[in-house]
Every structure is written in C-alpha cells, then in structure tokens.
Write a protein that binds this ligand. Structure first.
Ligand code: NAD
Length: 550
C-alpha cells in the first residue's frame, strides 16, 4: 500500500506535498485519525495523532454521532462547514452517503438561516470575495486562486432564496451549491470556485450591523454594476479558460438581464431560472404519468411571476411546443399571478419577463378567484409567500381536478405556500404534490404519502457535469429539457405509487450521471462540444466523477 496520501487534486502542477502538521492542516490531504501507521512514519505525523487508527467508515460514523447530538440545524451547519475546512474527503463522504439527511443541512433550508447569521458564524473564508473596490484588478485577484476552476457559482447576494438582499452574507449559497455539485455529480471540489460579487447591500439592518462582513455601502447599480460583472466574467474566462459560470440568487432585474446578455455567447446559466424550470417540468412529466394527460393539454397557473415562475413557464411552453402545440396555444395555457394579481395585458408597468404571459383578460386581484376563473390543472407556487395555498385554494383546485397538480416550491420552509400535510388534507389525498422544502412522509386516510422536494439539486449537478465533461460552449434550454425528461424517466413505479414525483435522493449520483449524458448528447448533436465524442458516453461521464475516499 502506498504511504503517500491520496492527493485529491487532479492538477498536474502540485506544490510539494506538505508533511507533519502542515499536512494535517491541508483539508485536501488531511485524513486525520485515518492516517495509517506507515503514513504516520513516512509523513512526519508521529506524535501529532492519538494512537488509535480509524477507518474512513468509522470516521463517518463518528461525524454522524456528533452531528446528531447537536441541538439545532444551524449548529449542524457550522459543524459540517468546519469538517469541510478540516478534511474535504471525509466531508464529502459524509454528504454522499447520507445525502437525505445532510443536504437540508448544507443547503436549503438551513443555508437560509446560515446566511442570515453569516456575520456571526463566519470562520474560515471559502471561495473568493470580489468587491466593488476591486474594479480594474479582478483578473489579478482571480489569479490568486490556487486551483484550476472549471465551475464558478457567483452571486451578488441581492435575492438569497426567498429572503431578499443579504449582501455578502449570501456567500453561503455558492459555497453550499458547489458542495452539492461535488457530492451529487462528483465535480471535483478543486474545480469548484464560489464567488461573492460584493457590490454593497440595500439591507438597512446589515448596513448598521457591526457583524456584517460585506461592504457597508448601497448597492452599485446601472453602468457601474454592469461593468463590474463584465470585468468579472472576462477575467474569469481568461484565468480559467472554458470555465462554466452559474449565476445564483441575483435579483430579478439583474438575473434576466445578465442571462440574456451572456447566454448565447458563453457557457453560463442561471439555476434559479433554468434549473428550477427543469426540475418543475420534470415534476409535471412525472405527475402526467399518473393522470395520463399530455403536457400540452394542461393549464398551469403560477403564484409568482419572478425568476422561478417565468423560467418554469418558458420551459413549459417550449415543452408544450415540442409536443406539437403552437406557441400561441402553449402561452394560452400558462398564466401568472403576482403581487398585483393576474398578469394581464392592460396592466401598466409590466416588466419585460412578464410581458410574454400578459393575456387579454379582465384583471383578477387574487389567486383563489384566478383558480375559480381559469380552472388550472396545475398550480405552482414560487412567490415566497408562506401559507399562500390556503385551504380554500387547495379545495378549489381539487374541486376542478380529480388529481390536482400542486407544487409549493418556495423556500425556505417558512415561505412554503403550504405544507405537504395541508396539500393532502385539503385535496382529500388527491394532490400530486411537490415541495421546495423537505417534509416528512404524511399519513392520510390510511395511506402514507412520501412528498419529495422539487429541488434544483436533481438538475444542476448533472447539467454542470455534462457541460464541463464535453466542454460545452453554451448551456441551452434544449439541455435543460433533456435533463427534465431524463429526471422524470428515472422516477420509478414505487415512487409514483407513494406520491413521489422525483426519485429518491440517495440515487442522486446515478441521476446526475444520466442527466450529464443527456446534456452531453445535446452538446454533441448541436456541435457545442469542444471535447471529442467518446465511444461510451456514460463511461466517459462516470470516469470524471469525484468519489471521495482516501
Ligand atoms: P423572485 O423574487 O424572482 O419572484 C417572486 C415573485 O413573487 C415576484 O414576481 C413577485 O411579484 C411575486 N409575489 C410577491 N408577493 C406576492 C404575492 N403576495 N402574491 C403573488 N405573487 C407575489 O423570486 P424567485 O427566484 O422566482 O423565487 C421565488 C421562490 O421560489 C423563492 O422562495 C425561492 O426560494 C423559490 N424557489 C424554489 C425552487 C425549488 O424549489 N426548486 C427553485 C427556485 C426558487
């Protein structure tokens, strides 16, 4: 057996391997108590470690025992982060082997609370903080990053989950998301770079909070903002050629603009818009396996008209058209309600992304009346208004449909439109339900329902993996549609029978590999790949997946 630690780094130009204490403090190389006797001798570790050598599975068990003894999820988030900082392989082993339990702790819903408290819980920095003061030297900053990034998740913190402007505290989101890329799709941690574009914050509480970690100034806007983003994108592509950039939790007014500005030119995507769209579309496809209808025959009513809603609506319309509907027919089946009521043509001041769904219809002020009037087959909540699917709303949609499709996708949990239990109770157990937050199984009327989260984490890891593996020059809607079809196809009969519209999360690496293959197929078919086509696409994809071990 080799006495050298398995360096998780795939890069060829590695600094000389550290020894002794420096080795124990390098999270990419550290194995802690799992260093073998031979390694302890060879690597100058004698005396630094207690005598008993643990195996990795034993270390995983110990982490779990500790974790489960902690009093709340925020403490667990902090403990997991600190493990991540100490021993990367062990952290990812714990996440991969216990994804159901750990994902909600390192990502939604816990990450929302963590971001709100980021100033207090901040320990070791992870990723890069690029601030408005760094204009003109962003390339220099990125050059400090010691690893070969292939995937950047970047946020400006303006719309963190459903929690609004959290400024630099939003860094928790790219960090958590990239952990999921590594755990769920095996994108090597060293290829992942979280970035906070700190352009200030308009959050008054933070501006006066002594523990706020970001720039204490109002947000940049207009040309100054655009120039900073542009400099960042250019510098990132120069520093890390071919890097895939994922926009994350930008506010509406920036998210759509930036996506449209870059998406046809370089390999970028916005997960809040496109990833959400694909997971919701997959949920609809799964629900249709129960009801037996075609997507093009559905009528979908959204609560919310933001990034998630219009992103989903756009992909649903494309998918209806792929089933043969004309664009006009597909649009007639897709409706939005926002804070001012039904989105209709004669409403003044509609923003660009809503215009496509502004129908010729009399105004309707509230969601319940919209349901009673339009008679949708599916309602999708993405407005971050907790409790908006009231008993009356659920009863109304259940009164119209034998099997109403009810997706309450807002998160964190406090923002969910309804709980799983409410969805089943108020529809007589007939709802085909998906949620944005995790819920325990629900017993209703002698049946046990297992609601599953319509979580983007089913989609973005596989899409990222497929795009990176093929060196795709663009990330297209066709790729997201392929991802949605693949995800729905992977839902099995048992899932469907227990009311689950998504596969079990522990299958996520298998799911991601299939999605990556589907994305890669599109990349090759459309001439977007820059890597020669392999003979066996699945084997090729799997060969690129990081599997945390010593
Ligand atoms: P957003 O800010 O872009 O959009 C929110 C929309 O809700 C806006 O159109 C706003 O007008 C509307 N709205 C606000 N108050 C309303 C009210 N009282 N009635 C009706 N509409 C109202 O945010 P987003 O990115 O679209 O995200 C919305 C929610 O969806 C968030 O909670 C987010 O976390 C969640 N989300 C979930 C998933 C998922 O589960 N897969 C993915 C993405 C987003």
């Amino acid at each position: 057996m080799s006495v050298l630690p398995v360096r998780a780094r795939p890069s060829s130009q590695l600094p000389e391997s550290p020894r002794g204490l420096a080795l124990l403090r390098d999270p990419m190389l550290n194995k802690g108590t799992a260093f073998t006797e031979a390694e302890r001798d060879a690597l100058g570790l004698r005396g630094f470690l207690p005598a008993h050598v643990l195996s990795m599975p034993e270390q995983v068990e110990r982490v779990l025992v500790n974790l489960r003894g902690l009093p709340n999820d925020l403490e667990k988030y902090i403990a997991l982060n600190s493990l991540h900082d100490r021993n990367e392989a062990l952290f990812f082993r714990v996440v991969c082997d216990n994804i159901d339990e750990i994902q909600p702790l390192i990502y939604t819903p816990t990450v929302g609370l963590a971001c709100q408290r980021y100033g207090l819980i901040f320990q070791r920095p992870r990723g890069m903080f690029i601030s408005a003061n760094d204009r003109g030297r962003i390339a220099e900053l990125l050059g400090n990053w010691p690893y070969p990034a292939k995937l950047i998740v970047v946020t400006d913190g303006e719309r963190i989950l459903g929690l609004g402007d959290l400024g630099a505290h939003g860094m928790g989101i790219p960090v958590g998301k990239l952990s999921l890329y590594s755990a769920c799709a095996g994108i090597h941690p060293e290829h992942c770079l979280p970035v906070m574009l700190d352009v200030g914050t308009n959050n008054e509480d933070f501006l006066h909070d002594p523990y706020y970690i970001g720039m204490r100034q109002k947000r940049l806007s207009g040309a100054a903002y655009d120039e900073l983003v542009d400099e960042f994108i250019t510098a990132a592509r120069e520093t890390f050629p071919g890097v895939l950039i994922q926009f994350e939790d930008f506010a509406n007014h920036s998210a759509f603009r930036l996506l449209h500005k870059y998406r046809d030119k370089i390999n970028v995507f916005n997960d809040d818009i496109q990833g959400t769209a694909a997971v919701a579309l997959a949920g609809l496809f799964s629900a249709l396996r129960v009801t037996g209808g075609k997507l093009a025959d559905q009528k979908v009513l959204f609560l919310g008209a933001g990034e998630a809603a219009t992103g989903i609506a756009d992909l649903v319309v494309s998918a209806m058209m792929a089933e043969g509907a004309s664009e006009a027919e597909a649009l007639r089946r897709t409706w939005l309600v926002d804070s001012r009521g039904l989105v209709v043509k004669n409403r003044a001041g509609l923003t660009d992304h809503k215009l496509r769904y502004a129908h010729d219809h009399a105004p309707i002020g509230d969601f319940l009346t919209a349901i009673q009037t339009l008679k949708p087959t599916a309602i999708i909540g993405v407005a971050a208004v907790g409790g908006a699917f009231t008993p009356e709303v659920l009863q109304a949609v259940a009164g119209i449909n034998e099997r109403p499709i009810v997706f309450a996708l807002s998160n964190p949990t406090s923002k969910a439109e309804c709980s799983a239990e409410e969805a089943y109770r108020h529809t007589g157990g007939r709802a085909l339900f998906a949620c944005g937050s995790p819920y325990d199984p629900v017993k209703f009327d002698g049946r046990t329902f297992v609601p599953r989260q319509g979580n983007n984490s089913y989609i973005f890891p596989g899409v990222g993996l497929g795009a990176i593996a093929t060196g795709a020059r663009l990330v297209t809607d066709e790729m997201f549609m392929a991802a949605a079809h693949t995800l729905a196809y992977l839902v099995n009969k048992d899932d469907i029978e227990q009311g689950s519209l998504f596969p079990a999360l522990p299958r996520i690496r298998e799911v991601s590999a299939h999605i990556a293959v589907a994305v890669a197929e599109v990349a090759y078919k459309r001439g977007l790949a820059t890597v020669p086509a392999p003979n066996d696409l699945m084997a090729f994809v799997q060969s690129q997946m990081y599997d945390p071990h010593y």
